[in-house]
Write a protein that binds this ligand. Sequence first.
Ligand code: NAP
Length: 482
Amino acid sequence: MIHQATKNGLYINGSWTQDENQEFFESTNPATGQVEGYCAFATPFQVNQGVESAKNAFRAWKNTPLPERAIFLWKAAQLFEEKKEHLAKTMTKEMGKVLAESLGEVGVVIETCKYMAGEGRRLFGETVSSGATNRHIMMVREPVGVVACITPWNFPVALAGYKILAALISGNTVVWKPASEVALSAQIFTEVFHEVGLPKGVLNLITGAGSKVGAQLAEHSDVKVISFTGSTEVGIKLSETAAKTLKRVSLELGGKNAAIVLKDADLNLAAEAIVKAAFTTTGQRCTAASRVIVEASVKDELLSKVVAITQKLKAGNGLESGVDIGPLTNKNQLETVEKYVSFAVQNGAVIECGGKRIPSEQGYFYEPTVLSNVKNSDRVAQEEIFGPVLAFIEVNSFEEAIELNNDTVYGLSTSLFTSSLHYANRGAKEIESGLVYINNGTSNAELGVAFGGTKHSGNGHREVSHHAFDVMTEWKSIYTTY
Ligand code: NAP
């Protein structure tokens, strides 16, 4: 059993381990500045040990019947239920999201365990009618080998769950490198699989700086798949490195998501949904709404509704009740938000609400901010800020709205608010995003539905649904002459 606020090592080959001279980094609370625990900086030797342990465990795990593999996921679902409160509080202390969101996120992990345990039983193959007599042909899905999962801090366990559980049920073994900001949460997640008795080496946890540990995993010839969620910049670097060893790389990257509001929309519904999508998780979601593209004739009315709802949001320590949004996850995030608001104002944007830090001795708090008079070409409308900033952009037609929505390098998520069947269907077709929501916020995901983005938001792979198996398996064609 691991204990918080102690120095925790790495999880390799079924045990928690650390060197005599192990170096550690702190995990600090972005609301209070308090140190919550220490996690190990893996050495290059330990990274290799993690990969070797996964490689050695692969054959036996691959040959374990799938229903038996699924039992570990069912048991894990049960144990996550028991550890829900502890894990959720650790997440809130590490990265700041409010406790209700953290509890919801553990709920997603529990449901993903159950979903993958069930969906895995449908890893069906195919048969093909042969051109030869007395020949039978079948195609089967096979696991690929060692999968390196590299995950961000904004959803410390849900995104890891999407990757790790799809990899494990398919018969792969895993080396997980979580974001350094949330390494304590990753330890609790890993401990669950230790306690349910997952065979040694099937899941390994390696913590440390992404630029070193993550980069080493991308170079390692025994790693066969990189499943990465994070920034577009790091995703591109990983692809370049992984190409040298012909690894498969699955990328879930950034976004610059818009809510399009047409003049025939239900403005109350749109305003509620937009505020939720913009400021939940303090805007630190890949699917957060950061642009509102609105028809000019309803802009003022929508803006005043959005501002009124935003001004009611209470920022504070996510562990306290009544708090709607927590701090930014680190100082760098806070400074990035300040920088973008200042760029916007220099370019003529108007601050409708928010626009400054919330005084706090130790926490990284920033007011939820709504800007108007923004042009789609402004940096605030083109670059991912990953913070509580929402920019209003006016347009004069549906066609112009679609054009501006698509005029970004990203293509993750778009909402379209309208009461017109015609525009809803045209929007669904013309919007260049992997996720399209009609009369709904930009930030929704359901199990069983493919999740991922187009353009610079990804590289064409999808998670969450059975399409995740396309990343985690490869096809083998078997010809039998009888
Ligand atoms: P990030 O800086 O790209 O880091 C993501 C992960 O990569 C972390 O584990 C990080 O480790 C590691 N890493 C950093 N540099 C690396 C390198 N050179 N080689 C290999 N690994 C490296 O992203 P973040 O700040 O944690 O997360 C925010 C980003 O994630 C945003 O762009 C957001 O849109 C995106 N995101 C996308 C989705 C989606 O599904 N599309 C979902 C959530 C988030 P360290 O923590 O140690 O640096």
